[in-house]
Design a protein around this ligand. Sequence first.
Ligand code: PBG
Length: 323
Amino acid sequence: MAFPATRLRRLRQTGVLRGLVRETELSVAHLVYPMFVVAAGPRRTPIPELPGIDHLSIDGAVEEAGIAHALGIPAVLLFGLPASKDAEGSGAWDEEGVVQLATRAIKAAHPDLLVFTDLCLCEYTSHGHCGVLRADGVVDNDATLELLARTAVAQAEAGADAVAPSDMMDGRVGALRAALDDHGLTETPIVAYSAKYASAFYGPFRVAADSAPATGDRRGYQMDPANALEALREAKLDAEEGADVLMVKPALPYLDIIRRVKEATGMPVAAYNVSGEYAMLKAAAAQGLLDERAAVLEALTGIRRAGADIIITYHAKDVAQWL
Ligand code: PBG
């Protein structure tokens, strides 16, 4: 029955009524907070490209993880900046590597906080690519799998509650699952960056993580922003290879992909609200162009409404305080 019998404004009259029929819930329980841990350096150094986010020493990371935990944030995602880099990225799987040390220290101090570890070589390779290079400069997919597998085992043995491969090599989820299982790490979930696009929105992160490729770009392994059906193929392959959570990244320009991956697989879906998305809102708010709190809550609600169960976001601490 149409107007005047039907008036959708009836249920919008008060906050209580709106709350009663709200379809999407944004709560801190769904948020993951990314952190940048530096092998050597001061406890905290502000990252200019990501206002409000710091480079952290191991002690600083333990402190920051404690703050996140106290705010009710269930999980952190660790990125590491090693003391030195090499062509293979050996710092990634070093038992005493920065992420392994930080994971052990955070789990010892805050055992109930989940520690997820980003699993990629780009922060550890001298050339900044996400895998080892062949003589012709192309990333060698199959040779990289072995190095990623070592890294997954080292991270899980350090106590990571989940590993999150962000390299976009073909077959890596299966290779990681097999390596983890071979080492008795059958209970460690894989949060796979399944549909990771070759995006301009990673700009601030690459400065923060010192992981920009020295030559070329990542379009030979990350996805073309124009493709959606291919994202579904990626997601299904990762699911078949044993991924526990499928991730779409970035989030806001790819809400359709979040929805389609959710509907096609029915699996838990994570969305990464990446550094450029964060920096844009921060910059606009700093200039007084929009209300930061309202804009952030609206953006993250949109990501949840699209179908994301988990949101990885630099806004996590602010959101936890606002909610
Ligand atoms: C590493 C990685 C990147 C991000 C997460 N893991 C950068 C990249 O692929 O170049 C980006 C995260 C962000 O922008 O917040 N492969």
